[in-house]
Design a protein. Structure first.
Length: 174
């Protein structure tokens, strides 16, 4: 046995064994820091999660936008029917339907220059399509709310669609 002097005393070691005073350079490099593959994997996982979150978020937004437009259109029909039943200004009320707008109007027919018209412009994300049986004007009778404008409308955003039906009693269902 050979005695090696250490700061506090002697260390006994076998003759063939070497006691290094500092670790080899390669060992210290393996112990500290991140490798390039670890960094690339973390960046890939973060990018995947961010993309997934963005995709889910956009789908939630499109769904919200679609439901909002559908509710706005149905509310316009219900408002026109209610104003007819309450007999506001003692005239009929209705909704004029165009591909890029719908207008709540009063009177037996739609007049574009009427100052009482309430124009509603839907977002470009939805489209309205009517059954040929449904005219472009849905007019509700005074006090009763019945209509001769019986038919269906389809509101769609390309992914989801809802059929809105109007019967002869003026009932609006979707």
């Amino acid at each position: 046995m050979k005695h090696i002097k250490s700061g506090a005393g002697f260390i006994q070691t076998p003759e063939r064994e070497r006691v290094p005073t500092t670790p080899p350079l390669s060992v210290s490099r393996l112990v500290s820091g991140f490798t390039m593959i670890e960094i690339v994997m973390v960046v890939a996982i973060v990018a995947f999660l961010a993309g997934l979150g963005l995709w889910v978020g956009m789908d939630v937004y499109r769904s919200y936008s679609y439901r909002s437009e559908r509710s706005t259109f149905v509310s316009a029909l219900q408002k026109a029917r209610l104003e007819s039943m309450v007999n506001i200004n003692e005239v009929k009320h209705g909704v004029h339907i165009e591909p890029n707008e719908y207008v709540i109007f009063q009177g037996s027919a739609y007049v574009s220059a009427d100052p009482f018209n309430q124009v509603i412009i839907p977002s470009g994300a939805v489209t309205l399509a009517g059954n040929p049986a449904l005219p472009r004007d849905v007019v509700f009778d005074q006090l009763s709310g019945v209509t001769a404008s019986v038919g269906t409308l389809t509101i769609s955003d390309g992914v989801r669609s809802t059929v809105i039906s109007i019967n002869n009693e003026g009932q609006i269902s979707w």
